[in-house]
Ligand binder design. Structure first.
Ligand SMILES: NC(=O)C1=CN([C@@H]2O[C@H](COP(=O)(O)OP(=O)(O)OC[C@H]3O[C@@H](n4cnc5c(N)ncnc54)[C@H](OP(=O)(O)O)[C@@H]3O)[C@@H](O)[C@H]2O)C=CC1
Ligand SMILES: O=C(O)C1=N[C@H](C(=O)O)C[C@H](O)C1
Length: 245
């Protein structure tokens, strides 16, 4: 399978190295406007690719979706969008494009996070009246907050609750906690790969569901699994749930 990778940052480089080491996958192009000359396969724009790939994987910057969507729909290229930070409006555009081309939109490609997401449905249904708080921690180079994963977990929680709760980002000052809220807390520092905790606090008991990423390889492995799966799909909007289930 021929793959092109958009973005040659921390994730993009690791993904490219992994594809290069694979027997079945072939890296035919890298798109990064800021890294020309650093690898002979890097081109500045999608239009400059010498080989049209079977699949595109995007680990660049959310703003590039604007350039990616017209190109993948014109060339019918199944695409994994793994970037985070999209606005609601940008997500709608991605969904619209998925009517004509298969798109896998994944805020987190690791197996563990995707298992937790499913587990949350059971926990939230059984603990409707407990307080819920979310904490996420990432490295100091991450630009978006809360993380895409945190937002996906919060959406899952709110969609499972019988009535949606308000998201309160951090707390300061004097105000009692309301029942109808979910506290969301963001930590940025050092080289933390990624941690997500959902805390359910009841009367005299607490359940904490925590996922720790210890290496970015978990995202690379999940992304390649997802991209391989996506290659054979019909147009549609897919998530990692479709791959891991
Ligand atoms: N779905 C998942 O499982 C995961 C998703 N991610 C997401 O993937 C994305 C990339 O992560 P990561 O590799 O750590 O980030 P990096 O900042 O290391 O890499 C981003 C890459 O995109 C390039 N880029 C292209 N256009 C832009 C632009 N307009 N502004 C800034 N950079 C641009 C950067 O260029 P330059 O090097 O010149 O800055 C860089 O090569 C993020 O959105 C992150 O949240 C990350 C890990 C897992
Ligand atoms: O930027 C990162 O590093 C990560 N981003 C994704 C997110 O925003 O959830 C996934 C992972 O947590 C690492």
């Amino acid at each position: 399978m021929n793959i092109a990778v958009y973005g040659w940052g921390q994730m993009g480089k690791l993904l490219c190295d992994t594809i290069d080491k694979s027997k079945n996958l072939n890296l035919t192009g890298i798109i990064d406007a800021f890294s020309s000359g650093k690898d002979h396969r890097i081109v500045e724009t999608l239009e400059n690719l010498s080989v049209v790939p079977d699949v595109l994987i995007d680990f660049s910057h959310y703003s590039n979706s604007e350039k990616i969507l017209p190109w993948i729909t014109a060339h019918n290229i199944p695409t994994l969008i793994a970037t985070t930070g999209h606005s609601g409006e940008e997500l709608e555009k991605i969904k619209k494009a998925s009517q004509v081309v298969p798109i896998l939109k994944a805020t987190n490609t690791s197996l563990g996070i995707n298992l937790i997401t499913e587990l949350l449905e059971t926990l939230v249904s059984s603990l409707e009246d407990w307080d819920i708080e979310l904490i996420e921690k990432h490295h100091n180079k991450k630009i978006d907050a809360p993380s895409g994963t945190a937002q996906s977990l919060l959406t899952k929680i709110n969609n499972t609750l019988s009535s949606k709760r308000e998201l309160i980002y951090g707390r300061e000052g004097i105000a009692p906690r309301k029942k109808e809220e979910i506290g969301v807390h963001v930590v940025r520092g050092g080289s933390i790969v990624g941690e997500h905790s959902v805390i359910f606090a009841g009367e005299d008991e607490v359940i904490e569901i925590k996922h720790e990423a210890h290496s970015k390889m978990i995202f690379v492995n999940g992304a390649l699994k997802g991209a391989t799966w996506l290659y054979n799909q019909n147009p549609g909007f897919y998530t990692m749930k479709d791959i891991f289930n």
